[in-house]
Design a protein around this ligand. Structure first.
Ligand code: PMP
Length: 374
């Protein structure tokens, strides 16, 4: 068996140690004689798994006590409409549009606006006429037009496709929003860096990047924001109902929660979020340096102040070489480097589970490729 370097944007690489542990435990979890996949979600064994996952996540992100942690299904996409139906209470939501995912959030919220609350785009970095809107940066302060009466301010703190990341943990934005809570889609960079949870009213993240397998989505929500859902909301979509039932109103995605719990333990063994953040800074610097020092052979269009540490899109000066690059990369065991179809080019997603040696292998390959084809 040989493993490749997997630069997929998601579902993405998981720590090898975690996968090995899953293999070891898959037939007999801790002497139960069965797999986690086969056990009742109401039984004591799964209870310890869920409790440990929540406790470890709370520790890793220093989640304050007045926040609930929910393990849900439906993905981040479902949350785009679920969030206004839970939080808006007839008020409008302010939306910052800085890439495809925050744009998608607007589209989904607009679908439920007649029952949830109006959608107000409070700022956008879309470039008129540019292919696929040409997102390359976060909003400047003077481009954000907040409504003090809004129910929340929604943003995506790491745009996975464009590789645009908010670097200041929303300090400036939270200060401006004041009493209006920030709602952040952190799907593609949660647990990659330290955050101050108390700056946000609600944080959400699909699991399939830095957390675990797909099928699980995480919500961290401040308690005072609960209890405002529209009356007709199905109970499985109601954050308050799910919180009251400890994410177990119905059968939760048990295997996903189990693997997420193992990833949290792995992350603690790495030294927690502060330590992985340092590794992520080194990994990103290595890759961006390779791009910037390639004499234009490779190019990343993102404003350096907003370059994502997790998702690094880049183009080749000669797009005719794209196919050659991808084929040669695959032959070298470097997989899933093709950029998202909406923007083309390449993208390397270098989540927590990709070690520095994986990024070094990519950089070595890119330098060699540029030498041969430059
Ligand atoms: N938000 C962001 C930032 C994402 O990267 C993604 C998925 N790539 C989504 C939302 C949508 O997630 P899902 O496919 O789990 O609905």
């Amino acid at each position: 068996m040989s493993r490749v370097w997997n630069f997929s944007a998601g579902p993405a690489a998981l720590p090898e140690e975690v996968l090995t542990q899953v293999c070891d435990e898959v037939l007999d979890w801790h002497g139960c004689g069965m797999s986690v996949m086969e056990m009742s979600h109401r039984g004591p064994a799964f209870g310890t798994i869920l409790d440990a996952a929540e406790a470890d996540l709370r520790e890793l992100l220093a989640v304050p006590d007045n926040y609930k942690v929910l393990f849900l299904q439906g993905g981040a996409t479902q949350l785009f409409s679920q969030i206004p139906m839970n939080l808006a209470a007839g008020k409008s939501g302010d939306y910052l549009v800085t890439g495809s995912w925050s744009k998608k959030a607007v589209e989904e919220a607009a679908r439920v606006a007649p029952i949830a609350g109006a959608v107000h785009v409070a700022g956008s970095t879309a470039v008129k006429g540019a292919p696929a809107d040409g997102f390359t940066r976060f909003l400047r302060d003077d481009e954000i037009n907040l409504d003090p009466n809004a129910a929340f301010v929604h943003l995506c703190t790491n745009e996975t496709i464009y590789g645009v990341e908010v670097q200041d943990d929303c300090a400036a934005l939270a200060a401006r929003a004041g009493a209006v809570p920030l709602v952040a889609d952190m799907s593609s960079h949660i647990l990659s860096r330290k955050i101050d949870v108390s700056r946000y009213g609600l944080i959400y993240a699909g699991a399939q990047k830095n957390i675990g397998p797909s099928g699980l989505v995480l919500v961290i929500v401040r308690e005072d924001l609960l209890g405002k859902a529209i009356a007709t909301l199905p109970s499985t979509m109601d954050f308050s109902v799910m919180a009251e039932n400890g994410s177990m109103l119905n059968t939760p995605p048990t295997f996903g929660i189990y693997v997420a719990g193992l990833v949290f333990q792995w992350l603690k063994r790495q030294g927690g979020v502060a330590a992985i953040e340092q590794a992520n800074i080194r990994k990103a610097e290595l890759l961006y340096r390779c791009i910037d020092q390639s004499g234009g052979f490779y190019r990343n269009p993102v404003d350096p102040a907003n370059r994502s540490r997790m998702n690094v899109p880049f183009t080749l000066a000669d797009a005719a070489l794209d196919g050659v690059f991808l084929k040669a990369a695959e032959a070298a065991g470097l997989m899933n480097l093709k950029g998202h179809k909406s923007v083309g080019g390449m993208r390397a997603s270098i989540y927590n589970a990709i070690p520095e040696s994986g990024v070094q292998a990519l950089v070595d390959f890119m330098q060699q490729f540029a030498k041969v084809h430059g």
